[in-house]
Design a protein around this ligand. Structure first.
Ligand code: PEP
Ligand code: MN
Length: 339
């Protein structure tokens, strides 16, 4: 439930209500808005009515209202203002748009650095590249592990671009967080709840991809695990879901973008690469995502896609990426946004 404080409520009254919430066995989550303070009461939904009655009569309290959705911290019911997630000088959300780009996997220093320089020049704000790869086949390239993280850190030094990279197991969270500016939780791990908690606890921004068969409610509940660790620097990512259509690798659910904007204060970006699995479809789906008011894009770019160790078929060349960014600028301008 949400405790809405009076406009003029004092800090003492706010603290008192928070203490009372904790005494009742819940967690208190105060949000200082521009006009007033609201306090989220986080915990098991049972025994609510009794708690409601005592909270409603505390000094400074205007009203107490229930949160109807199962996700609390990431839901729009609790927080009306949109969350902005910052990674280096990239900002996602509340009208701010940024692009993450780079190869699917880190393969070598040369491959990553040349890509990083080119995507930066084209306007990308965050570099991507997997050092730990969650591959469908155990025999496929699994990533360079720590060596890959070192290469990413080297490219950051050279270009100034912060980087996002995937963490696939709890065992690697500490290691990946030591290097990365943003932790990616992939589609295959969206329901790995202990991994979500550990990634959240690092305090680093988290890029959370939608599971291939996850509903939007399940995606938001996954984000809730991260937020419950006190970390609301979460960027959601629509990367396509499994349907009966085999022509594309997945089916891009673009309606997820405005739907998430209705349900949550978190930013959502679109991954046209994994959504389509086809480089020739990336441009149109990226532009469609901008039109749908996504808060950013994550695009796979490779200097020689035919030689890529993973996801070559969906990777675009740096030149195609630069062109896409040019067009993207014009699409963004329509809604008064910039790159
Ligand atoms: C990736 O970003 O390379 C990746 C593995 O993505 P997803 O988890 O969306 O499949
Ligand atoms: Mn990939």
């Amino acid at each position: 439930m949400i405790v809405v404080m009076h406009r003029g409520a004092t800090q003492e009254e706010i603290s008192h209500v928070c203490e009372h919430i904790v005494e009742l066995g819940f967690k208190a989550h105060p949000i200082y808005g521009t006009e007033r303070v609201v306090i989220g009461v986080i915990g098991d939904d049972h025994a609510k009515t009794e708690a409601m009655a005592t909270l409603g009569i505390q000094p400074g309290v205007e009203r107490v209202t229930p949160i109807l959705k199962p996700y609390k911290r990431v839901g729009a019911e609790m927080k009306k203002e949109r969350t902005v997630v910052n990674v280096g000088n990239a900002a996602f959300g509340a009208g701010k748009f940024a692009v993450i780009a780079g190869p699917c996997s880190v393969e070598s220093e040369e491959q990553l650095l040349s890509t990083a320089q080119k995507v930066k020049e084209a306007g990308a704000r965050v570099l991507r590249g997997g050092a730990f790869k969650p591959r469908t086949s155990p025999y496929a390239f699994q990533g360079l592990a720590e060596e890959g993280l070192k290469i990413l850190a080297f490219a950051r030094n050279e270009t100034g671009l912060p980087f996002a990279t995937e963490v696939v197991t709890n065992r690697d969270v500490e290691l990946v967080a030591r290097y990365a500016d943003m932790l990616q939780i992939g589609a295959r791990n969206m329901t790995n709840y202990s991994l979500l908690r550990e990634a959240g606890a690092t305090g680093k921004p988290v890029l959370l991809k939608r599971g291939m068969s996850a509903t939007l409610e399940e995606l938001l509940l996954a984000a809730e695990y991260i937020a419950d660790e006190g970390n609301e620097q979460i960027v959601l990512c629509e990367r396509g879901i499994r349907t009966f259509e085999p022509f594309t690798r997945n089916t891009l659910d673009l309606s997820a973008v405005p739907a998430i904007h209705m349900l949550s204060h978190l930013p959502i970006i679109v991954d046209p690469s994994h959504a389509t699995g086809r480089s020739e479809l990336v441009r149109s789906m990226a532009l469609a995502a901008i039109a749908a008011e996504a808060d950013g894009l994550i695009v796979e770019v490779h200097p020689a896609p035919e030689q890529a160790l993973s996801d070559g078929a969906q990777s675009i060349l740096p030149e195609a990426f630069a062109q896409l960014m040019e067009e993207g600028r014009r699409y963004l301008a329509v809604s008064g946004r910039t790159l």
